[in-house]
Design a protein around this ligand. Structure first.
Ligand code: ADP
Ligand code: MG
Length: 731
């Protein structure tokens, strides 16, 4: 890969033709969306059409109330699912799961079964739908499963509908599943999420019944997941070994024009990108993913999409699927889709906003402040539970979003800092304060705010009362967890949010029962005490400011800056107790999460360190030395004509380049030394992770600094890596 290949890539772009979408799908046509939306999903409508009445009813019971699944139902569902899939071109089926790596996994089996006479039939039995047995030995288990007990099970999750992944060659029936070891330990991101939703359901129903909502039997969280991403031309991507191996650029001088003009955000979507988006949306709609919004984000070449919110198990699965499609369809259009949290230094990175709310079986959103006293009471109780949950478990929420890549983003003045707090907005914070003070919420009213008696003043829902700097912002009828990383599974933070809310709802139920029942006085007293105790978690100011850091420290809030620190709480006995009590993680399962994620952290940075060294030695230094040689040759040639006085400037440039080459070389030497030392320090994983954060990363930064300086000195035609100004601005 030489500079000339790079320039060929740039030239090639001028003639870039968008590859036509495969013709297997209908042409995008707005009027026909209602016809084809969800066509490739074995959804409620299809189930109703294809299942025998009693089977359909039984399956709905399983999905809605968690009733047990019998083998008869499974057999019948499997057979209908198979027929539907085959009619739609499927040849294979797969159990689709989310191992602890954070991505998705699948192993395909054909429907084909040989028969005695030498023929074949197409089959899918209830047992095959129910349970799969992929060899689990190559998935991380964090010590939950010894390699010799490699058996792992995938179990059908009927709450998230099966769907078809289509290619022109054939499609695959994809069955969302949970993944566990032979002892039943969760080896994935989904199982704990389903468990946490169950815990939340129980706790929410309990407190709602306690305050007289006798019709409420269950509840579930919902997620609306905004996804940010970058699109760059695939030719550039392929010429960047760092993007290929690490998902982010390890080198690259800042472009003279970055995002300082704010001219990209909500700007005109470039035509080539718009064609990609049309194609993507069409595919998402076929898969029943209700993607609704699309726009340019803050950084050049950065975009965002958001679907309409869904029950949490569906929305988290759909987000994983959306990420896979973003990548596939980007390729089809000659783009690479980057979902790393910080692909380009000095520019905004990408996040994933998890909009999260809880609704009961009567479809009441419990985060909706409502208009009547009765609704207000529920809302205030849930708000109080959030305050308590987030304050007591700041450490856990922080750990739920921890990763090597998200570290670059949190606290970098583009995303919330590593301090967890809750934004309510002025009005709601005023109401919390008046509850605490027992005073009137606004000047207009003379009555003190009495829960269950007085209405809350209307809460404005307009954009001006939004706080885009808060990690967890109330946005009218939901909380928006904005600190989530673009590349991570949203199931994980959802698990933590569900769990801490369930625990605090139980705490409030216990307190109400202990006080003698749900009288207004009792509830008022408990709410007031709890809010007073956890008032410090609310912050409506600028989370990016230095003042907030100082204020948060005064309030005693945690700031867990890097991943090793942020993961440590997973080993805290307080958190083990919480998760076991709520039935979400056993102590071993929680410990395994710490282990797997810390190991991923170490491995990620180790790969980056090796790539940094390699690119510096084999691409950047040779280019710089060639430039140096040309300068020297030029000085020699010039001196023979004009004498040595005439080459002063040339010599100054040469000296500058020589010095920069020296510092690049010595920073690489030092990185090599540090990296090798920590790579060997395997016997203490916690110390190793801290070593990578505190020593390896800074050593990599030094290499980058020298290299980026050289990028500004070396002849442009010699520079081997596509530059920021090209990757981000040419499409
Ligand atoms: P913004 O960028 O202003 O935050 P978007 O429209 O991009 O807003 O995204 C908002 C997301 O929140 C959407 O996915 C939307 O469906 C979701 N959402 C709206 N109401 C709820 C709710 N009650 N619970 C969960 N998610 C919700
Ligand atoms: Mg948002």
């Amino acid at each position: 890969m030489t500079a000339s290949t790079r320039h060929e890539a740039v030239r090639g772009l001028a003639h870039e033709a968008v590859i036509e979408p495969e013709t297997m799908n209908e042409e995008p046509n707005n009027a026909r969306i209602p016809e084809y939306f969800g066509k490739f999903v074995f959804n409620d409508k299809t189930q109703q059409e294809r299942l025998p009445g009693p089977v359909y009813k039984a399956l709905r019971q399983v999905i809605e109330t968690g009733a047990p699944l019998t083998h008869e139902i499974a057999d019948s569902v499997a057979s209908a699912m198979k027929d539907w899939a085959i009619e739609n071109g499927a040849t294979h089926y797969t159990h689709w799961f989310q191992p602890m790596t954070g991505s998705t996994a699948e192993k395909h089996d054909s429907f084909m079964n040989p028969t005695k006479g030498g023929g074949a039939v197409l089959e899918l039995s209830g047992a095959q739908l129910f349970q799969g047995e992929p060899d689990a030995s190559s998935f991380p288990s964090g010590g939950l499963r010894a390699t010799f007990e490699a058996r792992g099970y995938t179990a059908w999750d009927p709450t998230s509908p099966a769907f078809l992944r289509c290619t022109p060659e054939g499609s695959t029936l994809t069955i969302p599943t949970a993944f566990c070891s032979w002892t039943g330990a969760a080896l994935d991101k989904k199982t704990p999420m389903l468990r946490s939703n169950q815990a939340l359901s129980k706790a929410a129903a309990r407190i709602l019944q306690l305050i007289g909502e006798s019709q409420v039997t269950r509840a579930s969280s919902s997620g609306g997941i905004e996804q940010e991403y970058f699109l760059i031309d695939a030719d550039f991507f392929n010429l960047r070994p760092d993007l290929l191996a690490c998902g982010r650029t390890l080198f690259g001088a800042r472009p003279y024009k970055g995002q300082e003009f704010d001219d990209h955000y909500f700007g005109n979507i470039p035509t080539r990108v718009l064609r990609f988006m049309h194609d993507l949306e069409h595919e998402l709609w076929l898969l029943g993913i209700p993607v609704k919004t699309r726009h340019n984000e803050v950084a050049p070449s950065q975009y965002e999409l958001a679907p309409v919110y869904q029950p949490i198990s569906i929305s988290t699965d759909q987000n994983m699927l959306t990420m896979a499609l973003l990548k596939d369809i980007a390729e089809r259009h000659g783009f690479a889709c980057l979902m790393h949290e910080k692909p380009f230094a000095g520019l905004n990175g990408s996040g994933k906003h998890l909009n999260w709310s809880v609704a009961d079986n009567l479809n009441n959103n419990l985060f909706d402040p409502g208009k009547t006293p009765h609704e207000n009471l529920k809302f205030i109780i849930f708000l109080t539970a959030i305050a308590r949950g987030v304050d007591l478990h700041q450490d856990l929420l922080r750990s739920s979003i921890a990763s090597a890549s998200n570290d670059h983003r949190l606290g970098a003045n583009e995303a919330p800092p590593a301090i967890i707090s809750v934004f309510l907005g002025k009005h709601l914070e005023g109401i919390v304060d008046s509850i605490i003070a027992g005073s009137t919420p606004d000047e207009g009213s003379t009555e003190p705010l009495r829960l269950g008696v007085t209405n809350l003043p209307d809460l404005p829902r307009d954009i001006s009362d939004r706080n885009r700097t808060s990690p967890l912002a109330f946005t009218g009828n939901r909380f928006e967890f904005r600190a989530v990383g673009s590349n991570q599974s949203p199931a994980y933070p959802a698990t933590f949010l569900n769990t801490i809310l369930a625990d605090s709802l139980d705490y409030l139920s216990d307190a109400i029962e202990k006080a003698g029942g749900p009288s207004t006085e009792n509830i008022q007293k408990i709410v007031r005490e709890t809010l007073t105790q956890h008032r410090r978690i609310f912050f409506s100011g600028d989370n990016y400011s230095q003042e907030w850091r100082e204020e948060a420290a005064r309030r005693g809030l945690l700031e867990l800056k890097g991943t090793p620190e942020a993961l440590a709480p997973l080993r805290d006995p307080k958190n083990e107790a919480l998760f076991s009590k709520m039935g979400v993680f056993t102590a071993e399962e929680l410990e395994s999460r710490w282990y797997v994620q810390t190991e991923i952290y170490v491995n990620k940075i180790n790969v980056e360190a090796m790539a940094t060294r390699d690119l510096a030695m084999t691409m950047l230094l040779p280019a710089a030395m060639e430039h140096q040689k040309r300068l020297a040759d030029s000085i020699n040639a010039l001196e023979s004509v004009v004498g040595s006085e005439g080459t002063t400037s040339q010599k100054e440039i040469l000296a500058l380049v020589t010095k920069a080459i020296g510092s690049l070389k010595s920073s690489v030497d030092s990185l090599l030394q540090i990296q090798e030392r920590w790579e060997l320090a395997e016997d203490d994983l916690a110390a190793q992770a801290a070593g990578y954060r505190n020593e390896v990363l800074p050593a990599m930064d030094k290499v980058r600094e020298s290299a980026d300086f050289l990028e500004r000195l070396v002849d442009d035609s010699l520079w081997p890596l596509p530059k920021y100004r090209e990757m981000l601005f040419i499409r």
